[in-house]
Design a protein around this ligand. Structure first.
Ligand SMILES: [Zn+2]
Length: 246
C-alpha cells in the first residue's frame, strides 16, 4: 500500500512522465524535456565530466509513442520513464554528482532514478526483461547508433534475441531502420560517442541488480514529426516479436 501511494505521488510529477509497467520492458528517455525546474539554476560547470546541455529532439515523443504502440499490440503497458525537465538543469544520464549543480536538481535526478530502479527491480525476474534508453543524435540522419558499452550491458545468451540478425535489431533493419553496428556485425566496436551512457551502464546486465540494457541514439530521419509514429510502431512490433517471451 505504501508503495502504491509512493507511485501515485510519482505519477503526479509534472517534470517526469512515469508509467507503471505490466510488461518487463523499461522505456527511458532522459534528454527530450524542455521544462525548467523551479528554484534550480542552469548547469554551468563545464569542468564536470561529459558536460552537455543540448536537447535530444523528439526522443521523449519517440519513447512515449513506442510505449503506446506496444500497449496497443499486447494489451499491456511497458514501464515508461520520460524526462520533461530540460537537460540544461538536470542530466539524468550522468551520476548525481555530475548531472546537476543544486539540491532542487538533485531531487529531480533522484526521482527519475527511483522510478527507473523500481522498474528494473520489478522486471528483473521476468524472461526477456529489457531497458531501452532513447536518445537523439545529430551525427547521421539515417542511422541509429546502438550503445551497449560494447556488449557489457547485455547478457551473453541474449545477443541472439537482441542484436543479431535473428533478434530485435535484425527485425528493425528488415523494417528499414539502419543501425551501427549492423546486426550482421553485432560484435563490431560501437561508436565511442554513442556506446552507452550512465543509465545503460548502471542498470545493464554487468551491474549488480541489472537487466539487459540497450541505448539507441536515433538520427533525425527516424524521429521527425512525419516519421516518429512509424518508427515507434516498428520498434514496438519488434519488441513484441523478438524480446517478449510471454
Ligand atoms: Zn541523449
Amino acid at each position: 500500500m505504501l508503495q502504491l501511494a509512493a507511485l501515485l505521488l510519482l505519477n503526479d510529477d509534472p517534470l517526469i512522465v512515469i508509467q507503471k509497467g505490466e510488461l518487463p520492458i523499461v522505456i527511458s528517455a532522459p534528454h527530450g524535456g524542455r521544462l525548467s525546474i523551479p528554484d534550480c539554476p542552469l548547469r554551468t560547470n563545464k569542468s564536470l565530466p561529459q558536460f552537455v546541455t543540448v536537447l535530444d529532439t523528439n526522443s521523449d515523443k519517440l519513447a512515449e509513442e513506442t510505449a503506446k504502440e506496444l500497449e496497443k499490440l499486447t494489451g499491456k503497458k511497458p514501464w515508461l520513464i520520460v524526462a520533461k525537465f530540460s537537460r540544461k538543469y538536470v542530466d539524468a544520464n550522468r551520476p548525481l554528482e555530475h548531472g546537476t549543480e543544486s539540491d532542487s536538481g538533485k531531487a529531480v535526478h533522484r526521482r527519475y532514478h527511483d522510478a527507473l530502479r523500481q522498474a528494473v527491480d520489478a522486471s528483473r525476474s521476468e524472461p526477456g526483461a529489457l531497458l531501452l534508453d532513447f536518445h537523439s543524435q545529430g551525427n547521421t540522419k539515417d542511422l541509429i547508433f546502438r550503445g551497449t558499452a560494447n556488449l557489457r550491458s547485455l547478457k551473453r545468451d541474449s545477443l541472439r534475441d537482441l542484436i543479431e540478425p535473428t533478434g530485435f535489431l535484425g527485425e528493425l533493419e528488415r523494417a528499414g531502420l539502419k543501425f551501427q553496428p549492423k546486426a550482421e556485425n553485432a560484435e563490431e566496436k560501437e561508436h565511442p560517442s554513442f556506446d552507452g551512457g550512465w543509465i545503460t551502464r548502471t542498470y545493464g546486465a554487468s551491474s549488480e541488480r541489472g537487466i539487459n540494457a540497450l541505448q539507441i541514439e536515433v538520427g533525425a530521419d527516424y524521429r521527425s514529426k512525419a516519421t516518429v509514429t512509424d518508427t515507434a510502431q516498428k520498434i514496438a512490433q519488434a519488441l513484441k516479436n523478438r524480446v517478449l517471451k510471454n
